[in-house]
Design a protein around this ligand. Structure first.
Ligand code: UTP
Length: 292
């Protein structure tokens, strides 16, 4: 029987320390790029890629995420009474979006641990993991590009990006060999290492926050011992998965912004604003006037 992707998991229980103090009392997933919280970009991407069930892993202080995707009765009533119908449509479209479920990760024990929290809700089927921080601007949604590979290969597919130079040591890095087809964008993974020294990196292929995984990864994560700081790493679980199943990396077409990092967030804000029909013109004029 062919496997079909329906479920998407958003680990959102991290502490967001790179974005303090903004993230002291609000989730980083709710920081807006222009006027949309970063997690909404990811949820829209998952929906556009065929997922109809979204599972968000939350923790303490993350209530705003649930409220964002819920009905806001008072706000809707007020907008209706004041005949602000355009705004009402925007607000309703978010709560009407999709089936969402939430699971609490009681302690931030790592990305692998966060993914394992989704085991009961995902069950025995493939699922996507999207790290909302990685906002990807692309013609075809990045996850959708990966779904095409998954539908054909029927095994785990993770997103990769070419990263040149020393920056590679900030990522999970792949040891992989080119696979047939897909215009040279597909690689069969042999191994992966988390944040290697630049001279020890097995390639320039970095792992990015989009994964399509088979449910076998849950068994692997459950058996994986916690690493440094008591954290369970997704990379360690995937390395165990590699011993049992084939895994592919796909170098997606698109531009990624690391919005969990202040500079990445600023870049995304500027570029997304410039692309907007309602803001692009005046914003471009404003930027041109800055004496840089
Ligand atoms: P990050 O490495 O970006 O960590 O986590 P973070 O805590 O969110 O942010 P910084 O680095 O301190 O600024 C990658 C993803 O994994 C989730 C995060 O929410 C983020 O989406 N995560 C991480 C969890 O859900 N639980 C964890 O225990 C750790």
């Amino acid at each position: 029987m062919t496997m079909k992707l329906r479920k998407a998991v958003f680990p959102a229980a991290g502490l967001g320390t790179r974005f303090l103090p903004a993230t002291k009392a609000q989730p980083k997933e709710m920081l807006p790029v222009v006027d949309k919280p970063i997690i909404q970009y990811g949820v829209e991407e998952a929906m556009a890629s065929g997922c109809d069930q979204i599972i968000i892993i939350t923790g303490r202080g993350k209530q705003a995420i649930e409220d964002h995707f819920d009905v806001s009765y008072e706000l809707e009533k007020m907008l209706e009474e004041r005949h602000k119908l355009d705004l009402l449509k925007i607000v309703r479209s978010i709560s009407d979006m999709i089936y969402l479920a939430y699971v609490r990760q009681k302690e931030a024990l790592g990305l692998g641990h966060a993914v394992l929290m989704a085991r009961e809700l995902v069950g025995n089927e493939p699922f996507a993991v999207l790290l909302a921080d990685d906002v990807i601007d692309s013609r075809v949604p990045a996850l959708k590009q990966m779904v095409e590979v998954f539908n054909q290969k029927q095994c785990s597919v993770i997103a990769a990006q070419v990263v040149e130079g020393k920056m590679i040591s900030s990522y999970g890095v792949l040891d992989a060999q080119p696979a047939q087809g897909y215009g040279g964008r597909l690689f069969e993974i042999r191994n992966m290492v988390e944040k290697p020294k630049p001279e020890e990196a097995p390639s320039n292929l970095a792992v990015i926050g989009r994964y399509i995984l088979t449910p076998t990864v849950f068994e692997c994560l459950a058996k994986t011992p916690a690493g440094a700081g008591g954290e369970l790493q997704l990379t360690d679980g995937m390395r165990m998965l590699l011993k049992q199943e084939k895994m592919y990396a796909y170098v997606y077409e698109g531009r990624r912004y690391d919005t969990g990092d202040k500079l990445g967030f600023l870049k995304a804000t500027v570029e997304f604003a410039l692309k907007r029909d309602d803001l692009g013109g005046p914003f471009r004029e404003y930027l041109k006037g800055l004496k840089l």
